[in-house]
Design a protein around this ligand. Structure first.
Ligand code: NAD
Length: 267
């Protein structure tokens, strides 16, 4: 496990799900953890305490609706005042499945704003400082939907493919920053398949209704269609991978898309 003492990690959308698990993983390595979520999230205080219990040097909750670029500017200024960002995890994301013909324009705009544009704004704010320090990690939580398409997910698939492209460009622009010893500045995408969080709840419920089964039957049906291992991932598994990417030993792992999808995209 890398020693992240003295490093600060900002994880967007981190009071629950994959973001919470990644924040907890970097906390366990001694990082200062900037948790983030929507204003007035009732889970914020518990999440901060969970970081301290896991070993974080410090933990604080920063509230901002990142569909609004002005609120992102405020968020990034507050975190800069708190000590800057060595590790940026763009995790917050939303999804509203519907056929293209039925996607409201507001839904398209919201998904592109949160799942893609917000990542650009946060990266733009922190990457020049990472370059000066010679160490930086940007870990963008894309999806298998950043690598392949699925019906009824046009805005989500578009945003995640965009995030993969944005990450490649950033990886190239910052490739020469830092050194092997310091760890360099790297940019990578983690591309999860089915992972047990609230995000996939509506899709599980819809499938349960479709097949007339319970939650377990719906998950088994969804997995058998796409994920060859027929096992879901736990958010903590994304945390373990993200933590490894933070190690200086991963200095030459940049510009990648790492699927954690049970073989979905190998087909
Ligand atoms: P989740 O719904 O449990 O967590 C998402 C978090 O983002 C929530 O805490 C939510 O409050 C926050 N968020 C959403 N919109 C926001 C906004 N405008 N401003 C501030 N915070 C906002 O979902 P999750 O499954 O943990 O998803 C995390 C990431 O992983 C997402 O980017 C998602 O697309 C990706 N992903 C998830 C799966 C999966 O199967 N769960 C698969 C592939 C990719």
């Amino acid at each position: 496990m890398p020693d992240l003492t003295g490093k600060t990690a900002l994880v967007t959308g981190s009071v629950q799900g994959i973001g919470f698990a990644i924040a907890k993983a970097v906390a366990s390595a001694g990082a200062r953890v900037a948790l983030h979520g929507l204003p007035n999230d009732p889970k914020a205080d518990t999440a901060v305490q969970a970081m301290l219990d896991a070993g974080a040097a410090q933990a604080r909750y920063f509230a901002a609706d990142i569909s609004d670029p002005d609120q992102i500017d405020g968020l990034m200024a507050e975190v800069a005042d708190w000590g800057g960002v060595d590790i940026l995890v763009n995790n917050a994301g939303i999804q509203h499945p519907a056929p293209i013909a039925d996607v409201p324009r507001a839904t398209w705009n919201a998904i592109i704003a949160v799942n893609l544009s917000a990542c650009f704004h946060t990266m733009q704010a922190v990457m020049p400082e990472m370059e000066k320090r010679g160490y930086g990690r940007v870990i963008n939580i894309a999806s298998v939907q950043g690598l392949i398409g699925s019906i009824h997910k046009a805005p989500y698939v578009s945003a995640k493919h965009g995030l993969v492209g944005l990450s490649k460009v950033a990886a190239l622009e910052y490739a020469r920053s830092g050194s092997k010893a310091k760890g360099g500045v790297t940019v990578n995408c983690i591309c999860p398949g089915w992972t047990e969080t609230e995000l996939i709840g509506p899709q599980i419920e819809a499938r349960a209704q479709q097949i007339g089964g319970d939650r377990d039957a719906a998950i088994a049906d969804l997995l058998s269609e796409k994920q060859p291992t027929c096992r879901t991932s736990d958010p903590a598994e994304m945390g373990a991978l993200a933590l490894w990417l933070c190690d200086p030993v991963a200095h030459n792992v940049t510009g990648t898309q790492i699927p954690v999808d049970g073989g979905w995209t190998a087909q």
